[in-house]
Design a protein. Sequence first.
Length: 274
Amino acid sequence: MKSVVVTGATSGIGRTTALDLAANGFRVIATARSAEKAEGLTVAAQAQGTELSTVLLDVTDPQSCQNAVIRINESTGGGPWALVNNAGIAVPGAFEEVSESDARAMLETNLLGVARMTRLVLPGMRHRGEGRIVQMSSAGGLVSVPLNGWYCASKHALEALTDALRRELATTGVQVSLIEPGFIDTPMLSNALTGLPPGSRFETAHTTVRRAITMRTPPGPDVVARTVRRALSVRSPRRRYRIGVESVAARAAFLLPSAALDMVARMVVSADKG
Ligand SMILES: NC(=O)c1ccc[n+]([C@@H]2O[C@H](COP(=O)([O-])OP(=O)(O)OC[C@H]3O[C@@H](n4cnc5c(N)ncnc54)[C@H](OP(=O)(O)O)[C@@H]3O)[C@@H](O)[C@H]2O)c1
């Protein structure tokens, strides 16, 4: 049975992915930040007639990453076959209005945390001459939008780092995929829609964006879970998996001149004091 570590498996996409993989023949090691949430995940797996094991992990803490990988290596006899770097956070807000500590937390979690865990599992994969790394990126890794610049920066950086990593691993048998979802109905999206930092000068723009996002119901996390499963099941996984209209639109927008995207953004922010 192939072993897969899923980080940030206590909520949203990570939870659904861990449970989906466990139900489809993978040996899942799911990570959680607290024993209570880990227990909740074990119970959820049992309720669907499957099982998974859990490991405590905070990706922003190097010691926690070390401890988690020691346990994972012990339980898998030398390291997991695959790592799904899913754990992530998003603090919405304009460039000037997101605090330095929130900006740092996003880069720590979404970029450095991913790098930390990847570095720790790679030696085992290299040694075995096979393995999979799946990076949970975002449509925000393709195009940067107002009121989400710091999150987009973290995901753009993840895309850049992953492209380099994939090319460096070309001859090792370790295959690397990026998952690029648009909006997915999870607690992260609900939080992002709830509000900007108090006193933001972009309240009207935020309301416009929120209306646009909620005009249709975003897909649930199961669509992402199925895509991760595909990336782990096929012999030659894709480099990139785009999920949802925002992701396809983001790729198309990438090809437009910056002036065209600036014009759309200008219409959104023009109602505010700026
Ligand atoms: N939802 C979307 O629209 C969307 C779109 C594109 C990409 N994504 C990406 O998908 C991934 C999952 O997002 P989601 O929407 O499922 O969010 P979510 O429901 O908020 O889940 C985030 C998960 O990451 C964990 N986590 C956060 N900080 C962590 C840390 N320092 N160490 C370890 N785990 C940590 C959380 O643990 P706790 O339960 O302990 O907080 C939780 O399990 C993220 O990388 C996100 O950027 C989401």
